[in-house]
Design a protein around this ligand. Structure first.
Ligand code: DI6
Ligand code: FE
Length: 404
């Protein structure tokens, strides 16, 4: 078979379910942007490659996936950070009109071009660590015009850089000032106008909401989910971050791709997620930055075989984090996840959380040839180091996009 590129003399962490942890003397062969073969050199089917890259014993993992980000926003909240250091709580700041709503004002004031320009350095930081797929939410526009502008900016990033972008409409993130004391009115606008418009424009791949005391009630979220179902968009949910409103179970009943945060998740929520195949997306950056002490129930999720993903939650208020590698270390140190779980969390399970499990997330024949090639031999080093980036090269759809 005529193929494009052969990466040879590599160690492979294929992240394939049930596969070996590391394949010695592995090869990856790309054809037409997809993986033609990934596995032991000795078992490769016959092929002829136009190009050969000698990896010199380096480790190849699937390209990393950041499956939960709020990359599109203007302004920062360093001042709020300072206030918190001086004793104010996140909830107090939010109730006093700071928090999400202050980022909303800055985001509304920015043009689509400006939003793209502001997001690019954040995206580049993730790309430099081997990220090849990213999910980006709206949620700081909070009106039809500004939510669509945000989604459109997110979509444009896919053309600005060699990366796969999935977009999520998170209009039900916070109550904009125009709807003060009328949350149901705002939810009606989300359900009846924003979701249909985003779907019709092809700007959203999924719909998300913030189910929380300072966000929206389960009843309001159910209305958002019903509109998403009508528009044929899959759903996700910010659930059980600050309190337990049984949001994860609600999401699971709507066959959600993922429920995210989950510090306050209870046994019924775990069981509902297991039953629905909903991925648990854990966000240690937000846990760390808000100095949360309630740990997500990792052991219960493990016991129930709920797939666990890890993501940066990159956002200006609770997780100004643009390092997927630091996220790995935090998953291990803060949540006591194993090295295997951390890496599955930014590859196989992150792909599942985006409904892209058949397309990316493992080194397997037929999947997109998205690779991260590392100047390390042992995958544990990727989780263990703090503030060190051993990426050697990044490959997206078979194209070599970064080398140091
Ligand atoms: N949960 C979070 O941690 C972020 N959004 C959400 O629903 C916080 C967003 C912000 O404070 O700007
Ligand atoms: Fe978030």
């Amino acid at each position: 078979m005529q193929c494009d590129t052969l990466w040879t003399h590599a160690r492979l962490a294929s992240m394939r379910e049930g596969g070996p942890w590391v394949i010695e003397d592995g090869v990856v062969v790309a054809r037409g942007g997809r993986i033609f073969y990934a596995g032991p050199a000795s078992e490769a089917p016959p092929f002829v490659a136009a190009d050969t890259v000698d990896c010199g014993g380096r480790l190849i993992t699937p390209g990393l996936i950041d499956c939960h980000t709020h990359l599109i926003h203007a302004g920062d909240r360093a001042g709020e950070f300072q206030a918190r250091l001086n004793g104010a709580s996140y909830e107090e700041i939010a109730r006093a009109g700071g928090g999400i709503v202050s980022t909303m004002a800055a985001t509304r004031a920015a043009s689509e071009d400006e939003l793209v320009t502001l997001a690019l350095p954040r995206l580049d930081a993730l790309i430099a660590e081997g990220v090849t797929t990213i999910e980006i939410k709206s949620g700081y526009g909070l009106s039809l015009e500004h939510e669509l502008k945000s989604l459109s900016a997110a979509r444009r990033l896919e053309h600005e850089r060699d990366i796969a972008v999935t977009t999520t409409l998170l209009a039900a993130h916070a109550l904009p000032p125009e709807f003060k004391r009328d949350a149901d009115g705002y939810i009606a606008a989300v359900a009846d106008e924003m979701i249909p418009a985003a779907a019709a424009a092809g700007l959203a791949d999924a719909v998300d909401a913030f189910c929380e005391g300072i966000g929206f009630t389960p009843t309001q979220v159910a209305r958002v989910f019903a509109a998403a179902e009508k528009a044929k968009l899959p759903v996700k949910l910010h659930a059980e971050q600050l309190s337990n409103l049984s949001g994860a179970a609600l999401a699971a009943h709507h066959r959600a791709l993922s429920a995210d945060h989950l510090e306050w998740l209870d046994a019924a929520g775990v069981a509902a997620m297991a039953e629905a195949g909903t991925v648990a997306v854990l966000l240690p950056g937000a846990f760390y930055f808000t100095r949360e002490t309630k740990l997500p129930p990792v052991q219960a999720l493990r016991d129930a075989n709920v797939p666990i993903a890890l993501a940066t939650d990159c956002n200006p208020g609770t997780s100004p984090l643009t390092s997927i590698l630091l996220t790995l270390n935090m998953g291990a140190t803060l949540f006591r996840m194993t090295v295997e779980e951390c890496l599955a969390g930014v590859t196989r399970n992150a792909a599942r959380a985006l409904g892209r499990g058949a397309v990316t997330g493992t080194l397997e024949t037929g999947k997109s040839c998205d690779l991260a090639i590392w100047d390390v031999a042992d995958p544990a080093v990727l989780v263990y180091r703090i503030g060190f980036n051993p990426l050697h090269a990044r490959v997206r759809e078979g194209r070599w996009t970064k080398s140091f």
